[in-house]
Design a protein around this ligand. Structure first.
Ligand SMILES: NC(=O)c1ccc[n+]([C@@H]2O[C@H](COP(=O)([O-])OP(=O)(O)OC[C@H]3O[C@@H](n4cnc5c(N)ncnc54)[C@H](O)[C@@H]3O)[C@@H](O)[C@H]2O)c1
Ligand SMILES: [Zn+2]
Length: 358
């Protein structure tokens, strides 16, 4: 097992990564302050990992909420099911919520914890690669609104993140690839050496080699923890973690949440960011080709849906929360492994990328 610490003063917490951790209750129970816990999971993950999770809680009073599965259910109506369960089971301010599942369950449980009785503790047990390397770490929680993704939410840090890499063995190939998109993201943003490691080890990751997965998850969490520790509330460099996301969110929304997986949309979005960076004269054609190559090796899409027009992109991108004071800020690449947040890009170049006139 490897352990990282996300350093946020009194809100610091450990991230444990390894095989078989769902069998190790001593990693979880010290982080449960009261006498009761509520596990939140979904209909897909419950039959796989709920029993093991309940065994972690032996000796505590605990109950379970099982949500329907899918990004389409990440909304206020379904969130209300969690509140209703908490109220019906008389959960108090010392109750700890346990998010068992992918990023959807993690974001919703985190927001329920942030808001129930003005804030209670929660623990993340991510079971998708995307949740392990990204959403379970850093305290962003929330739900979607019909008018925008993740528009209702809060910053609320967990007490601990428990990553059992064995749980990836049941994950669909397509979901595994979607998670790899966020792993590649760290390389593109801030770690050229990691990008090379990924290029060399992509087949091992796709074959779910535990050692390769553990390294990729550890390195990704290390990057995430470093960035979040420096800028918890995204007033500066944390925004770099949104590389490809403004384009990607537009694809997810235009295609209907859940049709393109988040990681798939982000993969294509990162290629579009690379293309715009090339149009700005920062990346060479070879760098854009390499970005496409490494994502394609992970079986990810690298071209936007043909039915999306430049106008569709513009419409959805304008509601993105990176639009501040009417200014669209994008994450672009100065070179492979170095990104910047900037509003200072050529709008005509952006239009060419969105209209596929490059
Ligand atoms: N909070 C953040 O910082 C942050 C960062 C990135 C993404 N997100 C959010 O995360 C969400 C995407 O997360 P995701 O990709 O994990 O999607 P997801 O939660 O929908 O999980 C993907 C699918 O895999 C299933 N699943 C989960 N674990 C499994 C397992 N071990 N075996 C078999 N099936 C399993 C799920 O039930 C689901 O059907 C989006 O809503 C996105 O906005 C949040
Ligand atoms: Zn993401």
């Amino acid at each position: 097992m490897q352990t990282l610490n996300l350093d946020l003063g009194e809100r610091s917490y450990p991230i444990h990564i390894g095989q078989g951790l769902l069998q190790q209750s001593e990693l979880v129970t010290p982080h449960i302050k009261g006498k009761s816990a509520v596990v939140v999971t979904n209909t897909t993950v419950a039959p796989l990992y709920l029993e093991a999770t309940q065994r972690l809680l032996t000796g505590l009073k605990h109950s379970t909420v099982i949500l329907p599965d899918g990004e389409g259910y990440k909304n206020l109506d379904v969130l209300n099911q969690i509140y209703t369960h908490l109220l019906e089971s008389k959960a108090d301010r010392k109750t700890t919520l346990i998010a068992l599942g992918g990023g959807v369950v993690g974001d919703m449980t985190g927001y329920a914890a942030a808001s129930y009785q003005r804030g209670i503790n929660f623990i993340q047990i991510p079971t998708t690669l995307l949740a392990m390397v990204d959403s379970s770490v850093g305290g962003k929680t929330g739900v979607n609104h019909p008018l925008g993704k993740n528009m209702i939410g809060a910053f609320h840090q967990p007490q601990c993140v428990l990553i059992d890499t064995d749980s990836l063995n049941t994950l669909a190939d397509r979901e595994l690839s979607a998670g790899i998109a966020e792993v590649v993201k760290y390389g593109l943003i801030r770690d050229p050496a990691f990008l090379q490691w990924l290029d060399t080890n992509m087949d091992r990751l796709l074959a779910r080699d535990p050692e390769a997965l553990t390294y990729a998850i550890f390195r990704s969490c290390e990057h995430k923890a470093e960035v979040v520790a420096a800028d918890e509330r995204e007033s500066g460099q944390r925004a770099l973690l949104n590389l490809g996301h403004t384009f990607g969110h537009a694809i997810e929304a235009a295609m209907g949440y859940g049709n393109w997986l988040h990681g798939e949309a982000v993969a294509t979005g990162m290629v579009m960011a690379a293309e715009l960076s090339q149009q700005m004269g920062w990346l060479a054609a070879d760098d854009v080709a390499y970005t496409r190559h490494i994502l394609q090796r992970a079986n990810l899409p690298v071209d936007p849906p043909t039915q999306m027009t430049g106008e569709d992109f513009t419409r959805y991108m304008s509601v993105d929360k990176k639009v501040m004071d009417g200014t669209l800020r994008l994450i672009l690449m100065k070179s492979l492994g170095e990104s910047i947040v900037t509003a200072d890009f050529d709008p005509a170049a952006l239009k060419r990328v969105l209209n596929r006139e490059i």
